[in-house]
Structure formats: C-alpha cells, structure tokens
Design a protein. Structure first.
Length: 85
C-alpha cells in the first residue's frame, strides 16, 4: 500500500509541476504517466492533451466553491479529442 501511495504522490507532484511551470513539463508528465511507450501517440496528440487539461483547469477555476462543496459535482467541458489507440 505504501508503494501505491508513493506512486500516487509522485503523479500528483508531476502534474502539479506541469500545471504551475510549463506546457513542456506537463507534456512530459502526461507522456511518462499516461502514454508510456504507445507508438500511436504523436506530438500533436500530446499537445492536444495538454491544451485540453489546461482548458479544464481554467474552467474549474470558474466553478463556485460553495456549489462544489454542496453538490460534490464538477461539470467538465466536453471532450472533443479523438481516442488514441
């Protein structure tokens, strides 16, 4: 269980660094933690994922905290990405 906890903490730190510092760092975190060695993923796909994540974060910044605490729900923007095989 500690190993899983450590891995999860590492994921959170990697994504947080990317969100706070740069798209390059966020893209690297996505590549390491989500994509791995899938050859079908292009740099364009990766750039699209970074843009999508950034748009969701920007959208979530507009959500009323009281409403979120009251309902426990977040309505995400629709995903228009093409599935990666």
């Amino acid at each position: 269980m500690r190993a899983w906890s450590g891995m999860f903490s590492g994921l959170i730190v990697a994504y947080e660094e990317g969100l706070l510092l740069s798209d390059k760092i966020l893209a690297a975190a996505i590549w390491r933690n989500l994509i791995g060695d899938k050859e079908a993923v292009s740099l364009t796909d990766l750039e699209t994922m970074v843009c999508y994540i950034r748009s969701q974060v920007k959208h979530m910044d507009t959500i009323d905290s009281e409403l979120l605490l009251r309902t426990g729900r977040i309505k995400l923007l629709p995903c228009t990405l093409t599935p990666i095989t």
